[in-house]
Design a protein around this ligand. Structure first.
Ligand SMILES: Cc1cc2nc3c(=O)[nH]c(=O)nc-3n(C[C@H](O)[C@H](O)[C@H](O)COP(=O)(O)O)c2cc1C
Length: 345
């Protein structure tokens, strides 16, 4: 149903923010896996261009991924000033103004999906929540397979009732944002193997496991435990085709001794990043709700990126990032399939 080949039951994770280029996605799908676009912050035109560019590379299945953004009230001025002061204390000079952060704080999902209904990628996945009934009906009528990220049983029940086709079971080892639906769900996060076991017992739907899966040995372990496939993000971050910034890639490959941690500092939602000066600085500081904090810190991140200063970048990475490989997609997938077949030394 998902359409990947049996020897490569691998979804390259959607990773919003320019990482999932058409060359990355196209190469994964062409090799027999499923390449995913992280379209959360993209305009309809960008989505259309990216999908068409990937289509020039492959006829294989492509996944388009979106965030179900929360409804946000206008931000209180006092709250805003407090959050702004947290950034002013930083030992890095960048400029941001209060009035540069105005609603809408995120792109309209409805407008984004108009492109999807035209271009019809084979798979559509959602992070942070369940799409509404109208979206589900439209996807079904076009034969598009729908998946939702779940991090606990409560979220899985909601997704199941909405009529999704498969779960992406994201464990707490995962890099980037955890896909929980409500803030209180963060407390119930759990490792991916435990989540797989709980979901298997309760639901009769395909499960794609995600979080800390880095090699063919890991993949075999999840398949043996009942997963239909795996979704891997960090493992693809250093691929030649990935749009990951050079600074981000260098931290993954060269700062293997650093821990990762969950932080709300960059976006207002809990996400796993390699620890840096910013995550440490922001520990007890005032943070705005997602995605307003994301907009607030965007200039800081752009400034840090331009100056190749990884200490103020969101260095999203999973717990197992030290095992990431800097290879082309085809070499990485070749190594993964050999490891799956023969085990690793
Ligand atoms: C840099 C980065 C960005 C991510 N962005 C998204 C996203 O836009 N949408 C999504 O559903 N998941 C996103 N994720 C989470 C992945 O889908 C997946 O759950 C995670 O990468 C699995 O853990 P791993 O990184 O240890 O492989 C992101 C992960 C990373 C590392």
């Amino acid at each position: 149903m998902l359409g990947f080949s049996n020897h490569l039951p691998i979804i390259q994770a959607p990773m919003a923010g320019g990482i999932t280029t058409a060359s990355l996605v196209g190469a994964v799908s062409e090799a027999g896996g499923i390449g995913s676009f992280g379209f959360a912050y993209c305009s309809a035109t960008e989505i259309e261009n990216q999908l068409r560019n990937a289509r020039k590379i492959t006829k294989g299945p492509i996944n388009a991924n979106f965030f179900v953004f929360p409804e946000i009230d206008k931000n209180e001025e006092t709250e805003f000033q407090k959050a702004l002061r947290s950034l002013k204390d930083l030992p890095i000079n960048f400029h941001t103004k209060n009035d540069s952060i105005q609603p809408p704080y995120n792109p309209s999902l409805k407008a984004q999906l108009k492109t999807i209904w035209r271009e019809k990628p084979e798979v559509l996945t959602f992070h942070f929540g369940v799409p509404d009934e109208q979206i589900m009906t439209q996807a079904k009528s076009l034969g598009i397979t729908v998946g939702v990220t779940v991090t606990n049983i409560r979220n899985a029940e909601l997704a199941f009732r909405a009529g999704i086709d498969f779960f992406i079971a994201q464990g707490s080892e995962a890099g980037g944002h955890l896909g929980y639906f409500q803030d209180t769900d963060f407390e119930t996060k759990m490792p991916s193997m435990k989540l797989l076991g709980l979901l298997k017992k309760k639901f009769n739907l395909p499960i794609i496991s995600a979080g800390g899966i880095m090699d063919g040995f890991d993949i075999r372990k999840y398949l043996k435990s009942g997963a239909t496939g795996v979704q891997m993000g960090t493992a693809f971050l250093c691929c030649h085709e990935a749009g990951t910034s050079t600074t981000h890639k260098n931290y993954i490959l060269e700062k293997k001794e650093r821990p990762t941690e969950f932080t709300r500092a960059f976006s207002g939602r809990w996400a796993r990043s390699i620890q840096n000066e910013f995550t440490i600085h922001m520990k007890d500081k005032h943070i705005l709700p997602f995605p307003i904090q994301n907009t607030l810190t965007s200039k800081l991140r752009a400034f840090a990126n331009a100056n190749k200063n990884g200490e103020y970048l969101s260095l999203w990475a999973g717990e197992e990032f030290a095992r990431a490989r800097a290879l082309s997609v085809s070499d990485l997938l070749h190594e993964l399939s050999l490891e799956m077949k023969h085990g690793i030394n």
